[in-house]
Design a protein around this ligand. Structure first.
Ligand code: HMG
Ligand code: MG
Length: 302
């Protein structure tokens, strides 16, 4: 059987949370629908965070209620606390992600509490999720570098990832939040983290500020990681990490893995069409080099 990787599309959440223009819910739902039709099987749909902190995600309940779910596609959401969890459950969410950081300063800026306190907030979430059979993913931000503290020691990342795993996260996504990481740093970080979390439970989440994200994904793949987060058209960033650009573009990863004869389940042509369409909505060209290179998209896939 051919080798496979799983791509987690985070554009509707990580992408849109950092766009100055807030898309109407109907357009978000259209984006999610088109991504599902392109073959993405995990689409992070929104975040049940405070609208005062991230106004772009304020319509989280409308987005979940409006989903036209494709069988076999998961639509996880971020939740920072029990309030977010309860609202997510009321809206009909079936998978969630909690988000921690390997840097104290980033934790404070992003979720207004220390790393230890964030685990205190997550504890009831893990318990309630277990009782309801809701899978929980855990993010570790600043897995390489923190915008406030500089380089983060791989052991600090391993410690937070290990805590999330022990607490019951089925998968831990390691975030190069500001996209400064290089392959050598990724390798050093994964060497440490793979001592606390099994490789098959790890995902790579690379932002592309310095253009290293595809190389970092390749390095993580060679290390044994098989799940990667990406954002169509390279949308995104993080509102609490200024200057950081979007996630690696999903279509660039599909192109990478197609070239390695590794299955993603994603139709590149359809995905490029989604990338062109959503970029037009924002009035700019896609950050994806692949979409730029493919150029004009035939109307039948647009
Ligand atoms: P806080 O102000 O400390 O919260 O924020 P609080 O508990 O003191 O409550 C303050 C007010 O917020 C109250 O309202 C609450 O009801 C409300 P008031 O009484 O003043 O009217 N509130 C909420 N409302 C809706 N949903 C909720 C919620 N919780 C409280 N869940 C909090 C703490 C965590 C809520 C806030 O800091 C927050 O929402 N932060 C989210 C930041 C965020 O979304 N960042 C981006 C996602 S992380 C990321 O992008 C990184 C990642 O991509 C990986 C990587 O790249 O590294 C995942
Ligand atoms: Mg991110």
């Amino acid at each position: 059987m051919a080798e496979r990787v799983r791509l987690v599309e985070v554009g509707p959440r990580d992408g849109l949370q950092n766009e100055a223009r807030v898309l109407p819910s109907s357009l978000k739902l259209e984006l999610i629908r088109r991504l599902g039709e392109a073959g993405l099987t995990t689409i992070e749909a929104t975040a049940f965070v405070s609208p005062a902190w991230v106004p772009q995600m304020a319509d989280h309940a409308e987005v979940i209620r409006g989903l036209r779910r494709i069988p076999g596609v998961a639509y996880p959401v971020l939740v920072p606390n029990m309030q977010g969890f309860e609202r997510a459950m009321a809206a009909g969410v079936r998978e969630i992600a909690v988000f921690a950081a390997a840097s104290e300063s980033f934790s404070q800026r992003n979720i207004n509490c220390s790393i230890d306190d964030s685990f205190g907030r997550f504890r009831p979430i893990f318990q309630a999720a277990r009782e309801r059979g809701i899978p929980v993913r855990g993010y570790v931000s600043c897995a390489i570098h923190c915008p406030y503290e500089g380089v983060i020691a791989p052991d600090a990342v391993a410690a937070v990832a290990g805590r999330l795993f022990e607490a019951g996260c089925a998968e831990i996504s390691l975030g190069d939040t500001i996209g400064t990481g290089t392959p050598a740093q990724v390798q050093a970080m994964l060497s440490a983290v793979s001592r606390t979390v099994p490789l098959e439970s790890l995902a790579g989440h690379f932002h592309d500020t310095y253009g290293m994200a595809v190389a970092n994904v390749h390095t993580a793949y060679q290390f044994g990681v098989r799940t990667f987060d990406a954002s169509v058209a390279g949308l995104g960033g993080c509102p609490y990490a200024s200057g950081a650009s979007g996630n690696v573009a999903t279509e660039d990863l599909v192109y990478l893995f197609n070239g390695m004869e590794i299955e993603t389940g994603v139709d590149l042509e359809r995905l490029v069409a989604v990338s062109v369409w959503i970029s037009r909505e924002f009035g700019r060209s896609p950050a994806s080099r692949v979409t730029q290179a493919v150029g004009v998209v035939p109307p039948d896939v647009a």
